[in-house]
Design a protein around this ligand. Structure first.
Ligand code: ADP
Length: 642
């Protein structure tokens, strides 16, 4: 076994790898960028090496610097995690040329699976079913259109170099083919530098079922399947293992196909064979097709670990250090059912926009497995994937594991950024999902219901008001001594209320003309005589009420509110976190409604920010190159009547 390894990654996956290393007595070296100086993975590792600026190209993608860091610290091997350099065959070769071990497959195996067309051809040869379609080299549009006709509409055009759902277009009839082809090609050229596409039959009501494989370079075993059908725009949201309705017969056939696929390329380490499955009529032995292979550890690997009892990172290290496969196929069994939900800092009602912020409060339930790279007080920066944590539950049956997931999500407390928690909770309560009736269209079909922002219950807001008044703080004497009768107006970012303290443990909150009688004893709260499950938490950013539809009230001082009331069309705010690319106006300049004021780059796209009305620029509050938060004021116009 290695005595020291370097982890060429960040966030939860770097922490996850360090966890297993610790258990195995393997020393760890972390790497980090400017944005991650104080990150959890750096604090957890035995040593850490600085790489450079926050942009991945300046840090986590700097292959030479990473290899040098491994050499300087005496690490014998490099674990790539997922993303970044994990599926870069050139990196594998450079690691090996430096006399180090890459914890993962060979460069040759990665290349074999790197392009979707070549991978499909290879899998066909190995006797693995592939989605019917065209994956040849003739990229002439007329030829491709004719192939699409032959396959039969609807078809899916896919970038051969694709990933992350980019360069994919569904086309429903011949009329739409050329447009679909053109946009898929240009997106592919932009994202991957390779415009080539393949064409597949579009599977209606598809399910995404993938099989975890593990190889030693010659032989492979599989660790059963995961169902990742709950997707939004081809991004997985909740994953589970095993797949609902899977039969032992189909499992055996799919597992054997996956193992064959891995052995066909001499696969070493952890990998995933993704299948698309026709879910329109139950699972069938001839109803699954190879889509692609991910030649790395997957984000959702913990559900497999939960049901098999295997530590996949431990296996990765053991096989990379030269040990044989740690288990034979017959040693592997499924125990119960597991779910994983991906908790993100994102603004769901605004269209799932990535969010940023400093997490003033972060607490996870202790009855679930939590994989995270974030601690309370950490900042979610705009530089990386805004994942806060993966929440994993495991139970004897699917129903119990799903109930545990729901409870774990309700018990998760985050303040300081918007999150997708309510959306995840709504999913765990979705009737179809509960029945195991999943397909990749489920979320899109029911999106409106799933994202409907349930308003916080007024009784819970009354508790928030109690928190804003400092009456919920059990760490000081606030709750005990503040019992003199008093009456105050409490203001926060979304409203106001009148609070009357009636005596020790009793207060009245008048909210929108309605009185709520609040009583408390220790940490137990009653509103209008009903016992509440809520938890009131005071933190740097305000007061949050958890346990139900969670929300945060940000205290306002009355003067600030009056100033804010004037801020209508005069202020142009940044709609999302991003980088100011350019500013097109200066103070004193006359502008008309619709004029471009500034350009913001966010989520790899440029957004023009325009004037909401005619006016004169009073102040320019941001400059090109500034990193700004959502809601940051950028340009202020003079008051209209001024
Ligand atoms: P990427 O590598 O960009 O993630 P994949 O080939 O893995 O692309 O496909 C991503 C998702 O697109 C799948 O999980 C599935 O939901 C959908 N998909 C892929 N191929 C098909 C198909 N032939 N028919 C219908 N849906 C498909």
């Amino acid at each position: 076994m290695f005595h020291k390894i370097l982890i060429a990654n960040r966030g939860e996956i770097a922490c996850r790898v360090i966890d297993s290393c610790r258990r195995m007595g393997v020393a760890t070296v972390a790497v980090y960028s400017d944005a991650d100086r104080a990150a959890r993975h750096v604090a957890m590792a035995d040593e850490a090496v600085y790489l450079g600026g926050p942009a991945p190209a300046d840090s986590y993608l700097r292959d030479d610097a990473i290899i040098q860091a491994a050499r300087d610290t005496g690490a014998q091997a490099i674990h790539p995690g997922y993303g970044f350099l994990s599926e870069n065959p050139g990196f594998v070769e450079a690691v090996e040329a430096a006399g180090l071990v890459f914890i993962g497959p060979s460069a040759r195996a990665i290349r074999a699976m790197g392009l979707k067309d070549a991978a499909k051809a290879l899998m066909e040869e190995a006797g693995v079913p592939v989605v019917p379609g065209y994956h040849g080299s003739n990229q002439d549009p007329a030829h491709l259109a004719q192939q699409a006709e032959q396959i039969g509409y609807p078809v899916l055009i896919k970038a051969v170099a694709g990933g992350g759902g980019k360069g994919m277009r569904r086309v429903d009839d011949p009329k739409g083919f050329n447009d679909g082809l053109q946009s898929a090609r240009s997106e592919a050229k932009n994202a991957f530098g390779n415009p080539d596409v393949l064409i597949e039959k579009y599977i209606l009501q598809p399910r995404h079922i993938e099989v975890q494989v593990f190889g030693d370079g010659e032989r492979a075993v599989h660790l059963y399947e995961r169902d990742c059908s709950l997707q939004r725009r081809h991004q997985k949201v909740i994953e589970e293992a095993p797949a609902p309705d899977m039969t032992p017969e189909i499992r055996k056939i799919m597992g054997a196909a996956a193992t064959r696929a891995a052995e066909a390329i001499g696969y070493k380490g952890a990998g995933t064979i993704e299948f698309i499955v026709d879910g329109s009529n139950g699972l069938r032995e001839d109803g699954f097709w190879f889509m692609e292979m991910n030649t790395r550890l997957q984000v959702e690997h913990p559900v497999t670990e939960a049901i098999t009892g295997v530590d996949l990172v431990e296996w990765q290290l053991r096989v990379a250090s030269g040990e044989p496969l740690p288990a034979e196929q017959d040693d592997l069994h499924i125990q119960g059912h597991a779910f994983e939900a991906r908790l993100y800092a994102e603004d769901v009602p605004a269209g799932f926009l990535p969010a940023t912020g400093t997490l003033a409060h972060l607490e996870f339930p202790d009855h679930a497995r939590i994989e995270t790279g974030i601690r309370q007080g950490d900042t979610i920066s705009p530089w990386y994937d805004p994942m806060i944590a993966k929440i994993v539950t495991h139970g004897p049956t699917r129903a119990i594991a799903l109930r545990e997931l729901e409870t774990a999500l309700v018990d998760t407390e985050v303040a300081g950024s918007v999150t997708n928690l309510d959306f995840l909770i709504a999913l765990t309560r979705h009737a179809g999902f509960r029945q195991g009736d999943v397909d990749t269209g489920l979320i899109e079909r029911d999106l409106d219901d799933l994202v409907a922002a349930a308003q916080p219950d007024p009784a819970a807001i009354a508790l928030g008001v109690i928190g804003l008044a400092g009456l919920a703080d059990r760490t000081t004497t606030g709750g005990m001594t503040l019992w003199q009768p008093m009456r105050r107006t409490i203001l926060w970012d979304g409203g106001e209320a009148v609070l009357e303290v009636l005596g020790p443990g009793a207060a009245r909150v008048t909210l929108d003309g309605t009185r709520h009688e609040v009583r408390w004893q220790g940490d137990r709260w009653w509103v209008n005589d009903a016992l509440r499950r809520n938890r009131i938490v005071e933190h740097d950013a305000g007061v949050s009420v958890f346990g139900g539809r969670a929300f945060t009230l940000i205290p306002l001082d009355p003067l600030a509110r009056d100033a804010g009331a004037a801020g209508d069309t005069a202020l142009t705010l940044s709609p999302m976190p991003g980088l100011v690319k350019s500013v097109h106006v200066e103070a004193g300049q006359q502008v008309s409604a619709g004029d471009r004021l500034a350009v913001l780059e966010a989520m790899k796209m440029e957004h023009s920010l325009t004037a909401a009305r005619d006016g004169v620029v009073a102040e320019v509050l941001a400059a090109a190159g500034d990193q700004v938060e959502a809601g940051a004021p950028l340009i202020r116009l003079e008051e209209e009547d001024a």
